[in-house]
Ligand binder design. Sequence first.
Ligand code: CU
Ligand code: ZN
Length: 190
Amino acid sequence: MKIRTLFASTLGAAALVLAGCASSSPSGSASSSAAPAASKAPEGPSARATLESKSGSTVTGTVTFAQLAAGGVRVHVHVENAPPGTHGLHLHEKGDCSDPEGKSAGGHFNPGSMPHAGPMAEKRHAGDLGNIEVGADGKGDLDIKSDLLTVTAGTYSVVGRSVVFHEKADDFMTQPTGNAGGRLACGVIQ
Ligand code: CU
Ligand code: ZN
């Protein structure tokens, strides 16, 4: 929920900036030319994971990773057929979802040997993506930018890791898992 608040305030700030532009230049041509410029931004390397149901759940979904030109990675998660509520979401260290309960994915992806924490904490596992909210329709989306991850090869690369969707909310405190419970879906990042 912290993430949503931060995104909301970022959007709010952007809206204020746009409003400021509009009031000083009522033609609106500046804002209409800004959109095509943004869409022309070169796309960097990307990776993807398909979430498969685990632990007897029906959860499915997709996760995409896009390397940003300015550094960091934008992560988009979409889940379906999930229990409504708040669910922990992490990158786990092993790209192996073969176990029926997802245990083969290992622990949280933590190349920096940090404590477990929330996605906005300075010291956290690189794989700590926080929580995703699932609605009454069983669907949920999360957009998050991480400055600790890369798509390109390296110690912090997401490729060859896995994404795990958990039974319960991540409390951002309990070590080393956030007490997020069972693994309801898992997907290898490719
Ligand atoms: Cu996890
Ligand atoms: Zn963690």
